[in-house]
Write a protein that binds this ligand. Sequence first.
Ligand SMILES: NC(=O)c1ccc[n+]([C@@H]2O[C@H](COP(=O)([O-])OP(=O)(O)OC[C@H]3O[C@@H](n4cnc5c(N)ncnc54)[C@H](OP(=O)(O)O)[C@@H]3O)[C@@H](O)[C@H]2O)c1
Length: 254
Amino acid sequence: MISDSTRVALVTGANRGIGRAIARGLGKRGCHVYLGARDEGRGRAAERELRAEGLDVHFIRLDVTDEFSVTLAAKRIEEEVGRLDSLVNNAGIGGPPLPPSQTPIEQVRRTFETNVFGVITVTNTMMPLLRRSAAGRIVNVSSLLGSLRHAADRTDPTGVFPPGVFPAVLDYNTSKAALNAITVTYANELRDTGILVNAVSPGFVATDINDHRGVLTPEQGARIPVLLATLGDDGPTAAFLTEDGTPTGRRLEW
Ligand SMILES: NC(=O)c1ccc[n+]([C@@H]2O[C@H](COP(=O)([O-])OP(=O)(O)OC[C@H]3O[C@@H](n4cnc5c(N)ncnc54)[C@H](OP(=O)(O)O)[C@@H]3O)[C@@H](O)[C@H]2O)c1
């Protein structure tokens, strides 16, 4: 039985990269963590690794593009603990980076299935469980590349890209811009419920998605997502934060 004071968290795409680091970070904060992964073998391997560190982590099969698997995951969480306190929509894909005018429409559809429609599927399916939380938190793992303001100005306040340089990856950037809009839209629906909904750009993190060219470790990239997933009641909603080394992170422009 889970005590009322133990946070129950679900992280999607948590078998590797930033998602696994978020699951680890939440586990270290004493959460009961559901580690979402679409592949059982990869999910169980990550579960074993985090349990060996003494963390309360439980693999749950969840492909964000497969509604049935999302429904089954919600049913299991409902039966086992009856509520969800933190949902971290981390699973994401993108690329290969091609000039927008040469990007196949199939690539755009595929990316939107995961980064946009997958997030809506998971969020809506988990919402009844989140509404039962005393302090529900939704964290959407977005990207600086989804910011329309920074794209239009070609500015990167985090300093990864020099002034005047801003990657234009059609499927990825526009899916994260949609995710940002989704974040604000849910935040506004849920303002009176105590459920806080925020987006985060984890920074340029060395993972498979960028062939490990990133400069931050997954643990560093997980810091702000973990913070947002465990916000106090006085925390923000409809905010877009990134890592900048300060305790609460830096606000990005939408
Ligand atoms: N790395 C960066 O610099 C960076 C910067 C900004 C934002 N982000 C965002 O951070 C998030 C995590 O990325 P990452 O860098 O950790 O990438 P990653 O190492 O490629 O990990 C992606 C994760 O998402 C999972 N996934 C993909 N499609 C899925 C689906 N349909 N259902 C469930 N899980 C699925 C993958 O599972 P499999 O192992 O089964 O493929 C994997 O666990 C993404 O949303 C990404 O856009 C990353």
